[in-house]
Design a protein around this ligand. Structure first.
Ligand SMILES: [Cu+2]
Length: 266
């Protein structure tokens, strides 16, 4: 959860949810460890945040030992903010524990199993494992098939209460970048402009108003993109900028047609 895909708000401190512990009783210490991690993250308290992580998870998440992690943590901490939706399914066994942590990451719902280890008398976060996210009842599921080199959408977007059920039916790894985009700009032109900008969010053309969600999918892999709130009305583009691995030029998939769009009416 600590990488850029892991977004955390101070508001969550005030919005600590009553726990629907399933199967096991919530353990206050375990839950509090997650809450204080999230609070440090949202407050951009780098030292406080790192202090709640074991050396192992620092290395896993940032690819460097703790002593060198401060700079990368400072760069990504607190953006976007995270709001806890649910803590459940706590299991404690001696000096290790796991808990399911459902939270927002920007506009998207993420479920992770957090593992913990006790160091001295303090619980520390020791790992994150992404879990499948269920599409809530009543939400319209839009199927998205990713292949070489296209997205095929299945379903009618009537309003913003949708979720995307993504399935990579192709041979290559694909990503799905979902962006709110300006009206009127032909999608093909936008793809060219993004590719020229080096596919860096910071250099994105003005017509890209917001990156709403993104994720990578290996061949055969599927996953749901569920939103914390219905999408705002507007135009949305889906893009894959992964390189074509069979192309000596490594051309991004989007330039070979891997893009699509839908609109949410107001
Ligand atoms: Cu692709």
């Amino acid at each position: 959860m600590l990488s850029s895909r892991l977004p955390l708000s101070i508001a969550l401190l005030a919005s600590i949810l009553p726990l629907a512990a399933c199967g096991s009783n919530g353990d206050p210490e375990i839950e509090q460890t997650v809450r204080s991690l999230v609070a440090s993250y949202n407050a951009k308290d780098v030292d406080g945040f790192l202090g709640k992580l074991t050396d192992k998870v620092v290395q896993e998440q940032y690819g460097v030992p703790r002593e060198q992690a401060t700079a990368s943590v400072a760069k990504s901490i607190g953006e976007p903010s995270i709001e806890i939706r649910r803590l459940s399914n706590t299991h404690v066994s001696g000096t290790t524990a796991t808990i399911d942590f459902e939270h927002t990451s920007g506009k998207v719902v993420v479920v992770e199993q957090v593992s913990m280890a006790k160091e001295g008398d303090q619980w520390k976060i020791d790992g994150f494992k992404n879990q499948p996210v269920e599409i809530p009842g009543g939400t319209t599921t839009i199927g998205v098939e990713a292949t070489e080199f296209a997205f095929k959408l299945d379903g009618d977007v009537k309003d913003g209460d949708i979720a995307l059920a993504v399935h990579n039916v192709g041979q290559q790894e694909h990503e799905l970048v979902l962006a709110r985009i300006a009206d009127g700009v032909p999608l093909e032109n936008l793809v060219m402009a993004i590719a020229q900008a080096g596919n860096q969010a910071a250099n994105a053309p003005e017509a890209v108003q917001e990156i709403v969600a993104f994720g990578g999918y290996k061949p055969g892999e599927s996953g749901n993109i569920v939103f914390a709130k219905p999408l705002d009305p507007g135009r949305y583009g889906l893009f894959c900028f992964f390189p074509d691995v069979n192309d000596p030029e490594q051309t991004p998939h989007a330039l070979k047609g891997m893009y699509a769009e839908f609109s949410v009416s107001g």
